[in-house]
Design a protein around this ligand. Structure first.
Ligand code: SF4
Length: 417
């Protein structure tokens, strides 16, 4: 294994809004490459330009300092800086303090990256993720942690502090209940048992926590037995949700490596998997016409039966109006279910997503806007979206979401899952 310390020039991704999967706005990668070496990892694709992905780990030693500079450049002020300025101690006015801490709007930061685990082996010594969390705490940023490692338990103290100031969502990726299958596809990360135990501890410490059961491998992991066992175990340890989703397999290194592992360990599934990814979609999507069902659909059904949510929630941002968060969460639920479970065309979800983005970028209290008949104009609502927004404000759901969920149930029956 080769470790190399590098100097990052930038760290945080550009802000994005309306993320219906995790509700994150930015992400960062503290490392390049990942020693966990999962057989299906997207990070080994040529698309990300990381050669020797699992044997050469680049460590961004200066990541916390770079992030601090980036946030300051965007106008954020850290609490430590505010408190050392003489002005702060003379600021008796709570509103002025509040204003300093709430502008610009805080953003949800995904701290473990999509193509490197922030709690891989190098983190034990280098503590980049730990130091990143300390910076984010200082700036009052909420965080989303996604990992396959129980090393995250080391940082529960800082995560709890972040949770008190903003919020922390600690999610474990867990895909296989059978330890032998897990070992084939995820050879070096914490065992499934260790991850569930770590999640139990996260929940015991009062943090929001769940399971990302992704990727569910076609023909291997998408059995009722595996998925149900994961959902039950998630529920047992107190997870607040488990999200099941399938696998993308980009043509090139990622696909070649994965198929080699499948051929060696699951030869009877090799042809089937090769066939469903044969069209070489540049984003790695399977040919859905060739698979009998999407694992998300089976996952949804199992979650309902086991009694656990199939989705994470939209947390309230610091200083955000709760009513705004409620509407935003409801709209993104519609988008998610329509797009990924029902497979409806994007045009059906776009209007909801656009309203969600307007709310997420920051608008006044929706209840007050409604009372002043300004809701429609401020959110640019039309005759379809207006009643939906108003219904979500009144209750936790709306007729449209009920319709979407009925359609999912019909699909489950039709597929005889
Ligand atoms: S832990 Fe995540 S980033 Fe690391 S190899 Fe596995 S899938 Fe890739």
């Amino acid at each position: 294994m080769e470790y190399e310390t590098i100097a990052a020039r930038s760290l945080l991704s550009k802000p994005k809004y309306g993320d219906s999967w995790f509700h994150i706005n930015r992400s960062l990668n503290p490392y390049r490459g990942c020693e966990f070496a999962c057989a299906y990892c997207d990070g080994r694709s040529e698309y990300y330009h990381v050669d020797n992905f699992q044997t050469h780990i680049r460590i961004k030693e200066n990541a916390p300092e770079i992030m601090r500079k980036e946030l300051e450049k965007e106008g954020y002020t850290s609490r430590s800086k505010l408190e050392t300025e003489t002005l702060w101690s003379f600021l008796d006015d709570e509103d002025a303090k509040r204003l300093a801490l709430m502008t610009p709007r805080r953003q949800v930061i995904g701290v473990c990256g999509g193509v490197s685990d922030g709690y891989q082996q190098a983190e034990k010594e280098h503590k980049i993720t730990r130091r990143n969390l300390e910076v984010l705490y200082d700036f009052g940023m909420p965080v989303f942690v996604l990992t396959k490692s129980n090393l995250v338990l080391r940082d529960l103290d800082i995560l709890q502090q972040i949770n008190e100031r903003a919020f922390a969502n600690v999610t474990f990726t867990i895909t296989h209940h059978d330890p032998k299958v897990k070992h084939v596809f995820e050879p070096k990360s914490s065992t499934t048992e260790e991850r569930f135990e770590a999640l139990k501890e996260v929940r015991k410490r009062g943090l929001f926590g769940g399971v990302m059961a992704t990727p569910i491998l076609p023909g291997i992991g998408n059995t009722d037995e595996n998925m149900r066992a994961l959902a039950k175990e998630a529920k047992r340890v107190g997870a607040q949700y488990i999200l099941f989703a399938g696998m993308t397999l980009k043509p090139g290194r990622q696909k070649e490596h994965f198929l080699t592992v499948v051929k060696k360990n699951f030869p009877d599934q090799y042809e089937y998997i090769r066939e469903i990814y044969a069209k070489n979609d540049k984003y790695g999507h399977a040919d859905y016409r060739k698979i009998p069902f999407r694992s998300m659909i089976r996952g949804y059904k199992i979650c309902k039966e086991v009694g656990i949510s199939p989705r994470t929630i939209r947390h309230n941002l610091p200083f955000e109006h709760e009513i705004n968060t409620k509407v935003l969460g409801g709209l993104l639920d519609i988008v998610f279910y329509q797009r990924y479970l029902l497979g409806l065309p994007w045009s059906k979800s776009k209007p909801f997503q656009e309203v969600a983005i307007r709310i997420e970028k920051g608008v006044e209290n929706l209840k007050e806007l409604h009372e002043h008949d300004a809701l429609r104009g401020r959110l640019l609502l039309d005759d379809t979206t207006q009643p939906i927004v108003e219904q979500i404000m009144d209750r936790d759901s709306c007729d449209h979401l009920v319709w979407v969920e009925d359609k999912i149930k019909e699909l489950i029956e039709r597929l005889n899952l």
